[in-house]
Write a new protein. Structure first.
Length: 409
């Protein structure tokens, strides 16, 4: 029982597989976020949610016991981890980071992808340009300190003073750059640079180590689909969304979604798919998008919000990538509508916290609409049933914008 057939089944047991975005932090942060925000949403919406440690083998996760909409539901949430790959991809020197910057800028500008991405949403493009601009500015300040130190020393003490001043100014400039890098938890300059560089390093193709990890994810999900549960729900957030697309496409092609098995749902949140699918060598991803969009083995709901400046809000990832097939069914593109589902006070508090807003999909809403992360992941209805008959957002963007539309054979 998959896809639309999943509308017939009430969920009592669920397996949830969460694929995070480019994040070097241990997955316990997601458990704590779920616990804190789930309790807040339960208090607001009038249901019960309790987390306990995970008792089954497999990926890091937790168990959720919930009473929602008059039903008792048991859900096991597991995080499919690639944080070790993320940490390994982060340049550990300033010189390496600037090398990443140059290669990434060329990947997007030289291919023409940047110009086309700007036709979709300015927010995520500005987010992509932010670390480049900040790193260039930082280098210019360091250069001014170096040259200024040299000129000052020359003016005061002649040539020997000039050499000493040049060295002192250079040391000050380098020290400033390292000081900024040490505080990247506030500015996200280096983190974002590493993020975009990782996606662009092979022109949109997945690095070998990531392909291997995605295959492992697929094996874990396939085992769940063969087990005793009512729904298997895959959640992909940010860049985790395009990883989930390929993992699910591989599962269906390999015949791992049994007829009569658990309902299969795919929830993509805050997706940045065009940042990869618009690159020339993203044939694998574009082919998977086209394939998945026409399947009846699953239900795919894509949730973004215009208030999230880091996501391609309401951009149908299949359509804008130029690979929508004639029989396209998915995704159902919906808005989390932050300005409506958050109170004015809450919206004012979060509006300029761009990175925090990018995680709002995983958090509580004090004026919840029909999107509720905790009802979806711990409630008694399948993803297909919850959004059955729901019309897509009227503000969605479906124009085929990508220059590159070739797909893997």
């Amino acid at each position: 029982m998959n896809g639309q057939a999943g509308t017939e089944r009430q969920v009592r047991r669920r397996r949830v597989f969460y694929i995070p975005g480019y994040d070097p932090i241990h997955p316990r942060r997601y458990r704590e976020l779920y616990r804190k925000e789930g309790q807040a949403q339960a208090a607001i919406s009038g249901y019960a949610l309790e987390l306990t440690p995970k008792a089954t083998p497999g990926p890091y996760g937790w168990h959720v016991a919930a009473e929602i909409e008059g039903a008792r539901v048991e859900s096991d949430v597991e995080v499919l981890v690639w944080s070790d790959i993320v940490r390994g991809s982060m340049a550990n020197t300033l010189a390496a980071t600037y090398g990443q910057m140059l290669r990434t800028a060329w990947a997007y500008i030289g291919s023409g992808a940047l110009r086309r991405l700007m036709r979709l949403r300015k927010g995520p493009v500005i987010a992509a340009l932010y670390p480049v601009g900040a790193l260039v500015l930082l280098a210019l300040v360091a250069l001014v300190l170096t040259v200024g130190g040299g000129w000052g020393g020359w003016g005061l003490f002649g040539p020997p003073g000039g050499i000493f001043g040049l060295l002192a100014g250079g040391a000050a400039g380098w020290g400033l750059m390292e000081w900024v890098r040490a505080r990247d938890g506030r500015t996200f300059i280096f983190y974002l640079m590493h993020d975009y560089a990782y996606s662009a390093q092979f022109g949109g193709a997945n690095p070998p180590e990531l392909e291997a990890r995605m295959a492992e994810f697929g094996e874990v999900i396939a085992a769940a689909l063969a087990g005793e549960t009512d729904e298997v729900l895959v959640v992909g957030h940010s860049s985790g969304a395009h990883l989930a697309v390929s993992v699910l496409a591989d599962l269906i092609r390999a015949g791992h979604v049994p007829a009569g098995g658990p309902a299969l749902g795919f929830l993509s949140l805050g997706q940045v798919v065009p940042m990869v699918s618009f690159l020339p060598r993203a044939e694998r991803l574009r082919g998977d998008l086209a394939f998945l969009s026409g399947r009846d083995e699953l239900a795919w709901v894509d949730v973004t919000a215009p208030g999230d400046g880091c996501a391609f809000a309401l951009c149908d990832p299949v359509a804008v990538s130029g690979v929508a097939p004639a029989g396209k069914r998915w995704p159902l593109v919906l808005s989390a509508a932050f300005t409506q589902t958050l109170s004015p006070e809450r919206w004012r508090a979060l509006r300029w916290r761009f990175f925090r807003l990018h995680f709002q999909y995983l958090c509580a809403f004090d004026r919840p609409g029909d999107y509720d992360y905790f009802r979806i992941t711990a409630g008694p209805r399948t993803l297909a049933a919850r959004f059955e008959g729901r019309a897509p957002s009227q503000s969605r963007i479906e124009a085929a914008v990508s220059k590159y539309t070739s797909v893997a054979a």
